[in-house]
Design a protein around this ligand. Structure first.
Ligand code: DNO
Length: 347
């Protein structure tokens, strides 16, 4: 296991030096943020990121994300052009030693929450999701916290309209089409693709979501059997789905070499489809973080880990989910779990 920390590039208010001071940090997870989705990243920008990491003795082996253009997800006529650009990004990232690319195939929106600052009894605050509130929204007048605000409301409505004719099967076929073109490049240059699950793992606003459960993973692995076609095992996203047996999945998929990257965080259920994000510790929430970590170790997991979303604590007012303090605590807790489990197993 390699412990990493998400870093939003040179504009991140958390410096690489700060990240390096967290015990056990081997590298960062980052991306190029100033290039439109679908375009090729400049070698120069990639090299600048890499040089900064080198200067601070941090590895840059994981990229999150190389985003997938909506035209690829929609299967539009021009998708091959965007897929070719994606392949070029894979090649350029491999040139500087990147080993793993995290991406998602969620239509229009990435993760979804209804509140970014839900206050807990101890005065900390964190992200939360309430399904009733989502259902009450008019999809034509959407404005939710934390979203990609790069769409105008007309663009957003047009995009939502385009997805009206896309079924889950169609979206899945478009994912397979994309993977069949990029995976041979990954095999050639030695990069693993790690798809992030849908967050939350169910359809929203009538948009199909296709990476939510074991059944979805089995379908994905069967369609594109390459070892480079793997997953980002995100405990918080998958854990919001009450039917997902995370311990079983962690064991099974690490054993099969499918987990290239793990996002570890905890959530507390507050309703059938409602939750709030909590500290990483098992006893802080509803997920058995120890059990999941143990299952990863038992399955022989050797991929990258990052402490996922933290709360705002100690007066920090950070980018939603991505402050320093709680994620650093999470990293230390997870490092402790891994050490204890691995040493215990070797006894
Ligand atoms: C949220 C993240 C996601 C993730 C993407 C991967 O905090 O886990 O935004 O980076 O879905 O493509």
């Amino acid at each position: 296991m390699k412990m990493t920390f998400r870093w939003y590039g040179l504009n991140d208010c958390i410096s690489l030096q700060t990240i390096k001071q967290i015990p056990g940090m081997t590298g960062v997870v980052t991306a190029v943020y100033d290039t439109p989705v679908g375009s090729v990243w400049s070698r120069e920008t990639i090299a600048t990121l890499k040089a900064e990491c080198d200067k601070n003795s941090l590895e840059m082996e994981v990229i999150e994300s190389v985003p997938v253009h909506e035209d690829i997800k929609l299967g539009r006529g021009n998708r091959d052009e965007y897929i070719e650009n994606y392949c070029e990004n894979i090649r350029r990232l491999a040139e500087v030693g990147v080993k793993c690319i995290c991406y998602n195939f969620m239509p229009v929106f990435d993760w979804l929450r209804t509140n970014l600052h839900t206050v807990a009894a101890d005065g900390s605050n964190s992200l939360s999701y309430n399904h009733e509130e989502i259902l009450a929204l008019d999809p034509k007048k959407l404005s939710l916290p934390g979203w990609d605000e790069s769409y105008t409301s007309d663009e957003l409505n047009a995009l939502l309209e385009s997805y009206k004719d896309i079924s889950r099967e169609q979206l899945f076929d478009n994912l397979v089409y994309f993977l069949n073109k990029i995976i041979p490049v990954c095999e050639e240059v030695g990069i693993n693709m790690a798809i992030h699950p849908d967050d939350p793992p169910w359809d929203v606003f009538g948009l199909p979501r296709i990476i939510c459960s074991e059944a979805d993973y089995e379908k994905l692995f069967a369609a594109v059997p390459s070892n480079c076609n793997g997953i980002t095992f995100c405990t918080g996203s998958l854990g919001a789905g009450r039917n997902n047996d995370l311990i079983k999945m962690a064991y099974e998929y690490s054993k099969r070499g499918k987990i290239h990257f793990a996002h570890i965080r905890n959530i507390a259920y507050s309703g059938e489809c409602d939750f709030r994000e909590v500290a990483h510790l098992t006893e802080a929430g509803s997920l058995d973080i120890y059990g999941i970590t143990k299952a990863l170790c038992d399955g022989g997991f050797t991929g990258y880990v990052r402490p996922d979303h933290g709360r705002n604590i100690w007066g920090e007012d950070a980018k939603p989910g991505y402050g320093l303090f709680d994620r650093a605590l999470g990293a230390c807790y997870l490092n402790g779990l891994f050490e204890a489990i691995e040493k215990g197993a070797n006894k």
